[in-house]
Design a protein around this ligand. Structure first.
Ligand code: BG6
Length: 506
């Protein structure tokens, strides 16, 4: 039987898209599996005036695609209560407190509280201050707050936000969400590294040539132009998801597989990522913005034509770059990253490219440039999404006479059924928070250091005018992103647009 804890969730932003698409389905799955049982309740708050009955209908609608049993869905939704709320109005917190106390008694919630802040971050400070003032933090039991990204918009605003929240919640009560940390294959990075001696013993600058982290999206900005145009790909994807992945790849093995030990190693890892000077930024980072493009038989509008985006927007929808990790293990190994909207294909994957053998015995062939044939490198590919699994590319002998080598792939993928049935990122993270396990949430020191790294890039970019738009929708970004790796003698391992380029379709 799954262990379960009584708890009251208070969701700020209950009428929003995130609550509808992610939170209600995740809570339902936890309920269905027994991780939440009868002693839980949810207070949903937002500005709109909704009745409990309407709220419950919305909740049931949000879980309909999971095809719940009708009675179970109704029971589940009966735990949801709605309270219209203006974050600035202090009397509203008193009403929430009153409802909180009633529900605590009705459902026997032992004073356990999880506050979920799923709304604009400029309200977070006001909300937590008022939670405290209204006495909501006084119950016995745990008090935890889950905070959605973005956590600030630069180091300074993030620090200010952190100080405000820190006035009310201790660091071990704050759960900063990075939903990538809830993904199956991101969690698997630690297993691949620390449960396989063949990898961990080679996991350093003596054997690894370069590392490539791709977070490509085929979607554009959809209906999020208002937010995205102020953020851009650097803050939207690099500050959080990419630097989190990087820290998991470069951290030292933790002394134990525990929250404190793992996060301590990730903090050290991020502290070793070089903060670039403006000159280094110009050399090592590339930004892009998509132009209109025809792709896969469809026509896509340019970013500047998307709803709520300025017609002369200078916001980047693409970033490629090279991070440098200044420590004994990683000195000299480039970590290339690439992310963007409206790229050829949706795909998150990591390539660990190993160095060549010390001496190539199979170099007989000479190519047109009179260069001896190089062996293709060994590559460990970690597929995060949409497929999940990993692949090791080795060199084997071609069958037949002679001694030609060719790349052989040892491929493992989770079956579609396993992927379908495995818990969704939000489901895992909510359950972790309920259990008090903060391993897969970001510690303030990680967030702070990530902002310092990203602020240096942003500030350098702000000194110069970008030449936007500079890539067509449906491609893998501007040419400069290819030059970035080529000038170091490498190439992107993952090239989903190769097929189109060869046929002159891009
Ligand atoms: C979010 C970004 O954090 O991650 C979005 O704000 C992006 O712009 C999304 O689309 C990608 O997440 P996933 O899970 O679809 O890869």
């Amino acid at each position: 039987m799954p262990e379960h804890k009584p708890v009251l969730f208070t969701i700020f932003g209950a009428t929003g898209d995130l609550a509808y698409r992610k939170l209600y389905p995740s809570l339902y799955r936890l309920y269905h599996k027994g991780d939440l049982q009868e002693n839980f309740a949810v207070i949903g708050t937002a500005r709109r005036e909704w009745s409990d009955a309407h709220y419950r209908e919305i909740v049931q609608e949000a879980i309909a695609s999971l095809e719940p049993d009708a009675v179970e869905a109704k029971n589940f939704a009966s735990h949801f209560y709605y309270q219209a709320h203006d974050v600035q109005d202090t009397s509203h917190y008193d009403s929430i407190k009153q409802l909180t106390d009633e529900l605590d008694e009705k459902y026997q919630l032992a004073g356990n509280r999880l506050y979920y802040l799923a709304m604009s971050p400029n309200h977070f400070g006001t909300i937590v201050t008022n939670l405290k003032k209204s006495g909501m933090k006084d119950s016995q039991g745990f008090h935890r707050v889950i905070i959605e990204k973005p956590f600030g918009s630069d180091f300074q605003s993030a620090s200010q936000l952190n100080n405000e929240i820190g006035e009310v919640f201790a660091e071990n009560e704050i759960y900063r969400i990075d939903h990538y940390l809830g993904k199956e294959m991101i969690q698997n990075i630690s297993a691949i590294r620390f449960a396989n001696n063949i990898f961990e013993s080679l996991w350093n600058n003596r054997y690894i040539d370069n590392v490539q982290i791709n977070l490509a999206e085929s979607l554009g900005v959809e209906d999020r132009g208002g937010y995205y145009d102020k953020s851009g790909a650097l803050k939207d994807m690099v500050q959080n998801h990419i630097l989190q992945i990087l820290s998991l790849l470069v951290m030292e093995p933790p002394a134990a597989f525990s929250n404190t030990e793992i996060r301590a190693e990730k903090i050290k890892a991020l502290n070793a990522v070089r903060i670039y000077t403006p000159e280094e930024v110009q050399k090592n980072f590339v930004r892009g913005q998509y132009a209109a493009g025809k792709f896969d038989g469809k026509t896509f509008a340019a970013y500047r034509e998307e709803p709520n985006v300025a017609a002369d927007s200078k916001t980047e929808t693409f970033v490629a770059g090279k991070f440098t990790v200044d420590n004994f293990r990683w000195s000299g190994v480039p970590f290339y990253i690439r992310t963007g909207k409206r790229l050829t294909e949706k795909g998150t994957r990591i390539n660990i490219v190993f160095k060549q053998v010390p001496l190539n015995l199979f170099k007989a062939e000479i190519n047109a440039d009179c260069k001896e044939r190089q062996l293709p490198p060994n590559i460990l590919t970690i597929y995060i999404q949409p497929t999940e699994g990993f692949n090791l590319t080795l060199n084997g002998k071609e069958i037949g006479q002679g001694f030609d080598t060719h790349p052989v792939k040892l491929d493992y993928r989770n079956s579609a059924e396993t992927v379908e049935n495995s818990p969704e990122a939000y489901e895992r993270l909510i359950l972790d928070a309920l259990r008090g396990d903060a391993t897969n949430f970001t510690h303030w020191d990680e967030v702070a250091q990530s902002w310092r790294i990203v602020d240096a890039i942003r500030q350098a970019w702000d000194q110069t005018e970008p030449d936007f738009p500079n890539y067509e929708a449906g491609t893998m970004g501007p040419k400069a992103a290819y030059d970035l790796v080529a000038k170091d003698g490498f190439q992107w391992i993952w090239e989903p647009d190769e097929w189109y380029r060869e046929r002159d379709l891009l």
